[in-house]
Ligand binder design. Structure first.
Ligand code: F6P
Length: 425
């Protein structure tokens, strides 16, 4: 009979992240760690890159370091991975940890065999992250190249180096759901591990779930994987524009003096508040608002997403509401009858913009790395859609949600806390 202590403990788990660089693994690893911690469990992320930087502070960021054909460097990186595994093992066995999360690419079959061989004391759940959005990929690469390990390179050199690193990883990438044919980057006859889940890390969707025996905490982990995690989102509408003053819709107007004054009040309100990133639409009125908000704050990351552009008013773009009523009575009436579903000819309806606005929210959260203080500066219709996503409003009410220009919505949506409050600035 085995000694009691050698039996796997039912409440301990290794989570091994899998995925090419810039696929959102670390964002998910920390999301799991922080949420498990908030739920009273002891969870910790073990990142191979941190071990590398700790043990080899000299430059190991150059792409050749990741060349799978350089046996000496492969051995060194395998040693780093092993040290990380043993630190995770120590955490579970000697520091009363519940969940140890191995944050590394782990894209090759031999690396995963090594994890399985060395971490046989508790169950392992492999979590592969995939994300095919080209904008996000570019933004993630751009962000990586700002890390201190690339400080000795120009932006272009850092980007080229990081992309060369990704190519090295791609050359040994074997997906968890290999078909064993030997044509998908995995050795012929290869099988995925016992327990794994593949997630779309942008849309928080489970692509594949494969469980031979359900590991501890799985129900909870799956819920976390598919949930938005909004620690703090300030949802702001741009200030007054010339078009607003004339009751004109759409277009790409600039802020008026009053609009710029509203932006200055916003900046004063946020002066002593941390902002992690600001996401605007691509239109001038939201970008101007961000310019004023971020004066003197060059450290704040900025992104402009088309997903947050105002509802496309098609043939009515740049008309006043009175002109729509007089010149396009059909459109006016159909909006009156069913504003949510009524489309502007050549443009959009609330219903048809829902998908892109929600994609924008996911992108903004992803780009901010689930940070605490994300700011989105949007438009009336766009902000209504974003807000209703969190408030679960009836569709027919969405086009009537009040979106002022001198107040903003502060939103929190985590597993343990839901909050939407309208605050003045
Ligand atoms: O009026 C400003 C504006 O942002 C327009 O550009 C847009 O068409 C409109 O609000 C959306 O609100 P509604 O659906 O109520 O017309």
């Amino acid at each position: 009979m085995p000694h009691l202590q050698s039996l796997p403990s039912p409440n301990k788990l290794y989570v091994a992240m899998v995925g090419l660089p810039a696929m959102g693994k670390s964002v998910i690893a920390y999301k799991l760690q922080d949420n498990l911690y908030n739920l009273g469990l002891s969870a910790r992320v073990f990142n191979n890159g941190e071990v590398r930087r700790r043990l080899f502070p000299e430059n190991t960021s150059h792409a050749e370091f990741y060349d799978p054909n350089n046996a000496k460097l492969v051995a060194l990186r395998e040693d780093i991975a092993l040290i990380n595994m043993y630190e995770a093992k120590d955490f579970l066995n000697n520091e009363s940890g519940n969940v140890a999360i191995l944050d590394a690419t782990n894209v090759s079959a031999p690396r995963r065999h090594k994890i399985i061989a060395h971490l046989s004391d508790h169950p392992i759940l492999f979590v592969e992250c995939r994300n095919h959005d080209a904008d996000l990929y570019a933004a993630s690469v751009a962000r990586k190249t700002k890390l201190s390990e690339f400080a000795h390179l120009s932006t272009e050199e850092a980007q080229a180096s990081f992309e060369a690193r990704i190519r090295h990883y791609r050359s040994i990438y074997c997906p968890l759901d290999t078909d064993g044919s030997g044509t998908d980057g995995c050795p012929p006859g290869a099988k995925g591990p016992e327990n794994y889940v593949i997630v779309d890390s942008l849309n928080h969707r489970i692509i594949t779930e494969h469980l031979l025996n359900e590991p501890p905490y799985y129900g909870l982990l799956r819920d976390l994987l598919v949930s938005d995690w909004v620690k703090g989102l300030s949802l702001i509408r741009h200030g007054e524009t010339e078009f607003n003053r004339e009751n004109r819709i759409g277009g790409d107007p600039r802020l008026t003096d009053k609009g710029r004054q509203q932006a200055r009040l916003l900046a004063a309100h946020f002066r002593d508040r941390h902002i992690s990133s600001v996401v605007t639409s691509t239109l001038r009125r939201t970008r101007e608002m961000a310019d004023i908000l971020l004066e003197g704050r060059p450290e704040v990351e900025r992104y402009a997403l088309k997903e947050f552009d105002e509802i496309d008013a098609g043939v009515c773009d740049a008309m006043t509401y009175d002109e729509v009523r007089q010149l396009r009575p059909g459109i006016w009436e159909s909006r009156k009858a069913d504003k949510y579903n009524a489309s502007y000819p050549g443009g959009e309806s609330y219903a048809s913009m829902k998908e892109r606005v929600e994609r924008g929210v996911k992108k903004a959260l992803y780009l901010s790395g689930n940070a605490e203080n994300l700011v989105i500066i949007g438009h009336q219709a766009v902000n209504r859609m974003i807000l209703s996503h969190f408030l679960l409003r009836r569709e027919e009410d969405v086009p009537y949600v009040y979106i002022p220009q001198d107040r903003y919505f502060h939103i929190v949506s985590t597993q343990s806390r839901k909050l939407v409050e309208l605050l003045p600035f």
